[in-house]
Design a protein around this ligand. Structure first.
Ligand SMILES: Nc1ncnc2c1ncn2[C@@H]1O[C@H](COP(=O)(O)OP(=O)(O)OP(=O)(O)O)[C@@H](O)[C@H]1O
Length: 253
C-alpha cells in the first residue's frame, strides 16, 4: 500500500468538513473521487499532499507518517495536477513542465541532459511540443491543463493526484487522458482523480471513493458504486441508468 488514511477529520472555521475518512491506495489503482461541489474532495487531496494538516487521524505515505516527511520527499512520491494554477512569472510551458523535475534534482542545479530529454520526450508523447515556447498564461484553459498533466508526469512519482483533470479539455483530449490514466495504472502508478463525471469513473477507474456530507459513503468497484441511486443521493439529480450488454453504463436525465 502506498497511501494509508485513517480516521481523518478536518474542519473549516465554521463547520466540520471531513469526518473519519479511512482508505488505502495501492500501486496500479486508478481511483475516482466523487462528490458534490463543496464535499471536500480538493481538501482531501491537500491533506494527502500535506498542504493542509488533519485535525485528527493519520496519514502514511510509502509506510512513513506523512507529518514527518519533508516537502521534497513527499514530492518524490506524489505529483499533483491542481484545479487552478497561476504562476507569478511569465514562464513558458517548457519552464512550467521543467518545474516537475525540481523534486527529482533539487533547486540548486540547472537541468541535466537527462531532465532535458525527459521533458522533451514528455512534450512529444503528450502532443504538446508546439506549446513548449509559448507563455503559459497565454495558453487556453485546455492547453494549460495538458501542460500541468505533463509536468506531473515528468516528476516520475509513483502517485499522481489529479483535481478535475479533464476540466477544459475537448472531448478527444478527455478520452485520450482517461485512456492515458488507465495505461499508467496498468504500469503500476497509483492515480487518484477527482471527477464530476460519473461516466468517467466507470470508464477509467478501477475503484470509486464517494464523499457525501463529510463522510466516505462508498468505496468499491465503480460498476458496483456508481449508479442512478448514488447520483440521486449525492447530486440530487434524477437520471435513468442504461446498462449495455457490452458492460458500458451511461445515464440520461
Ligand atoms: N480556505 C478556506 N476557508 C474557508 N472555507 C474553505 C477554504 N477552503 C475550502 N473551503 C470550503 O470547504 C468546502 C470544501 O471545499 P473543497 O474545495 O474541498 O470542495 P470540493 O469537493 O473540491 O468542491 P468542488 O467540486 O466545487 O471543487 C467548501 O465549502 C469550501 O468553500
Amino acid at each position: 500500500m502506498i497511501i494509508s488514511a485513517r480516521d481523518l477529520c478536518y474542519s473549516l472555521p465554521q463547520r466540520p468538513l471531513l469526518s473519519d475518512i479511512s482508505f488505502d491506495l495501492y500501486a496500479g489503482e486508478c481511483v475516482a473521487l466523487l462528490g458534490a461541489n463543496g464535499a471536500g474532495k480538493s481538501t482531501l487531496l491537500k491533506l494527502l499532499l500535506r498542504l493542509l494538516s488533519p485535525e485528527s487521524g493519520s496519514l502514511r505515505l510509502a509506510g512513513k507518517p506523512l507529518e514527518t516527511m519533508k516537502r521534497r520527499e513527499i514530492a518524490r512520491h506524489i505529483a499533483y495536477v491542481p484545479q487552478h494554477h497561476q504562476p507569478h512569472f511569465p514562464f513558458t510551458a517548457w519552464q512550467v513542465v521543467m518545474q516537475g523535475r525540481l523534486p527529482v534534482n533539487g533547486l540548486a542545479r540547472s537541468p541535466s541532459p537527462r531532465d532535458i530529454s525527459r521533458v522533451e520526450n514528455a512534450f512529444e508523447e503528450n502532443g504538446i511540443a508546439h506549446l513548449a515556447s509559448r507563455i503559459y498564461t497565454h495558453l487556453s484553459g485546455g492547453e494549460r491543463q495538458r501542460v500541468l498533466i505533463t509536468r506531473a508526469l515528468v516528476q516520475d512519482t509513483p502517485v499522481i493526484l489529479l483535481d478535475e483533470p479533464v476540466n477544459g479539455l475537448d472531448y478527444g483530449h478527455q478520452l485520450h487522458l482517461l485512456s492515458q490514466l488507465k495505461t499508467l495504472a496498468s504500469q503500476g502508478y497509483t492515480l487518484l482523480m477527482i471527477t464530476h463525471q460519473p461516466e468517467h469513473a466507470l470508464m477509467a477507474a478501477s475503484r470509486a471513493l464517494v464523499l457525501h456530507e463529510g463522510r466516505l459513503i462508498a468505496d468499491g468497484v465503480p460498476s458496483d458504486v456508481v449508479d442512478s441511486a448514488l447520483i440521486s443521493r449525492i447530486y440530487q439529480a434524477q437520471v435513468q441508468q442504461i446498462d449495455l450488454n457490452s458492460g458500458h453504463r451511461f445515464f440520461i436525465p
